[in-house]
Design a protein around this ligand. Sequence first.
Ligand SMILES: C=C(O[C@H]1C=CC=C(C(=O)O)[C@@H]1O)C(=O)O
Length: 482
Amino acid sequence: MPAPRPNDDAVPPVPVLHVLTVPLAELGVPTAPDLRELLAGSGLLAWTVDGQGLVGHGRAAGHTVRGPDRFTAARVWWDDLAAAAVVEDRVGVPGSGLAAFGAFSFAAESGADSGLVVPELVVGRRDDDAWASLAVAAAPGAPFTLSAEDVVAAWVHHHGAAPGAAVAAAPAAAPGPVHLSPGALDEAAWTQAVREGVELIRAGGLEKLVLARDVLARTAGPLDPVAVVRDLAHRYERCWTYCVDLGSGAGRLLGATPEMLVRVLDGTARARVLAGTLDRDAVPAGEDPQRFAARVLGESEKQQHEHGFAIDSLTASLAPYTEVVTSSPEPFILELPNVWHLASDVTAVLRPGPAGDPPSSLELAEAVHPTAAVCGTPTAAAAALIPELERMDRGLYAGPVGWLDAAGNGDWGIALRGAVQQDEHTVRLFAGCGIVGASDPEAELAETWAKLRPMLQALGLGADPAGAAPGAGAAAPRRPGR
Ligand SMILES: C=C(O[C@H]1C=CC=C(C(=O)O)[C@@H]1O)C(=O)O
């Protein structure tokens, strides 16, 4: 559905893009590659899961937005860009043709830019389909001259090798020591904030609240984001690994999220809802790990309660857009290298809007954000309390991150288990926990460390930052015993 337009003076003019998508077979690459091998080079944009997805390089166009209308403003820009673009798509699958990466702030009031960026070169893979798309700005009315040779030239430029040839592997992510320090709140202050949250819930003001904290990592040597992204994509292959730099100086968002906010493919929406977490390091000696997870997560009333809020908030916000919504009858246990989660997959057949088109992935991402997995229940009460208790601007953490195409398809994950790289030596890591009346603040603090683990490992800090890595030289904030 086209985005409602504000008055035309407020809409910036868009560039005219020429876009050519060719199958990789046309470039001499007969079998679909594992996209993780293409995570290299400067100006990387990525959205991959299990070797599939989209990997972008360079920048053909981009638009940043802020405030409560940030999604609508981005959609208007995208609709205009797509209408003006001249596209030759020889593949015709979701993600081919004109495609953009995007990231949106958690809060409407955030000082961080949100937006969309169209890479110059995108290499995509969906099952056995693999393609490359080249996008370049052209003068209005200019003839379309892009050819497969132009795509190869862009590939060589960005990858330093021809299509099909091996790309140089990245060196270690963070050479030299990494120093960790508390962000907005230290551990004691954050635990106190959780305590206050629990009291408010018990007093009946709200039912669930998600509280997060940030940790700053300073690296002695320059941090290579490509090595971080590669590490995450290989280690967390069941998660969606993301890397988005909107180019506005706000930093590079990277991480590997297990949570799919909404995916739209050919008129069907899907989501993976998570809530309920168990640290895989917490298995008592002699216990069978799977049975332990099934008992502690699957049979815990507190965890099921927390999970139920997340499912209800998603299905309620999808309802106006859907014909039928189905979800897993019982949550299942999702096993990740660092934690187990209670998870439910939701599928919804989308209802066409008044103009006959089903809602786009970005329209749905706006409709369902923020879910109770990152905000709370009721949403408005939780959203108002979060900055007050966390004492920070979440920026892009816990906001939608992903990609979209001109047909409305796209994947929007929730930017979790990640960080914002602020400069060559500084990354700001985030993790949060769903709090209910039965939550124990110390246990929630320990859970944030388990959720920070993917990024800490990618920085070379090992699983336990407090005892970490003589080689990594970590200086970490105190980690509670469990
Ligand atoms: C808020 C985060 O996780 C959410 C997603 C899955 C499980 C969660 C939990 O069990 O608390 C959180 O709701 C985070 O990783 O920062």
